[in-house]
Design a protein around this ligand. Structure first.
Ligand code: PEP
Length: 249
């Protein structure tokens, strides 16, 4: 049985004081849910967030990591450093990392391998650009992103993988994939994993949708059978909105 997950990617928002305030509000308002709830503050606030949420069911996850174990990589953070402050899950492949920091499928494949080697759970993000969708190339793009970064992995690694399909044209734009478009792509992803591995792996992996999920569209998107939750950007920065999205699952 795959998990339902709602994760908030805070990106480069919230200083330490604001992080603590948002976490306190979220903890106080967290509804009863069987879904896993995760938040991804920036690197410098991870340790404090883990401490603040010690007695909470909310998991603190990281937005990124480097693939090397250690060394001369100024400004970077390793899997070991994340684990050492109590972080067990890391987002890899967010479209902003791909677009603004030159992260290619090849680099992402190395990050995936490095995180799995440390037994970390990965939330792997991918999705097509608007041009790809307009030219009806979106299924090919998604299939190749998955193949290049994930399909060389051993079957056993998939228990530590969560997927987040995020069409780039829907991220931070207020434009959302329709629930039907999300379902169509999620079903395609499951079929692709079935072909590369098998139906058990495909049916056990949680596939989240990301891209302008808000309290007013979450119920409909989450009602689709292959949508197992959401990766939330903007709406995760407002406790009441994030809580409403958790309630929608
Ligand atoms: C994201 O950045 O992962 C995201 C989905 O952002 P937003 O919800 O703001 O579109």
């Amino acid at each position: 049985m795959r998990s339902k997950i709602v994760a908030g990617n805070w990106k480069m928002n919230k200083n330490g004081t604001e992080t603590e305030a948002l976490l306190a509000e979220l903890s106080a308002k967290l509804p009863d849910t069987t879904a896993e709830v995760m938040v991804a503050p920036n690197f410098v606030n991870l340790a404090g967030a883990v401490r603040s949420l010690e007695s909470s069911t909310i998991e603190v996850i990281a937005q990124n990591m480097h693939y090397a174990e250690s060394g001369a990589f100024t400004g970077e953070i390793s899997a070991d450093m994340l684990q050492n402050v109590g972080v067990k899950t890391v987002i890899i492949g967010h479209s902003e990392r791909r677009a603004y920091f030159g992260e290619t499928d090849e680099i992402l494949a190395k990050k995936v391998i490095a995180a799995l080697a440390k037994n970390m759970r990965i939330m792997f993000c991918f999705g097509e650009e608007l041009e790809d969708r307009k030219s009806d190339n979106h299924f090919n793009v998604v299939a190749s992103q998955l193949k290049n970064a994930l399909y060389s992995l051993e079957a056993n690694s998939w228990k530590n993988i969560v997927l987040a399909y995020e069409p780039v044209w829907a991220i931070g734009t207020g434009e959302t994939a329709s629930p039907e478009q999300a379902q169509e792509m999620h079903a395609f992803i499951r079929k692709s994993i079935t072909e590369a591995y098998d139906a058990t792996i495909a049916n056990n992996v949680s596939i989240l949708y990301g891209g302008s999920v808000k309290p007013n569209n979450a119920v409909e998107i989450f009602s689709k059978p292959d949508v197992d939750g959401g990766l939330i950007g903007g709406a995760a920065l407002v406790a009441d909105d994030f809580v409403a999205i958790i309630k929608a699952i």
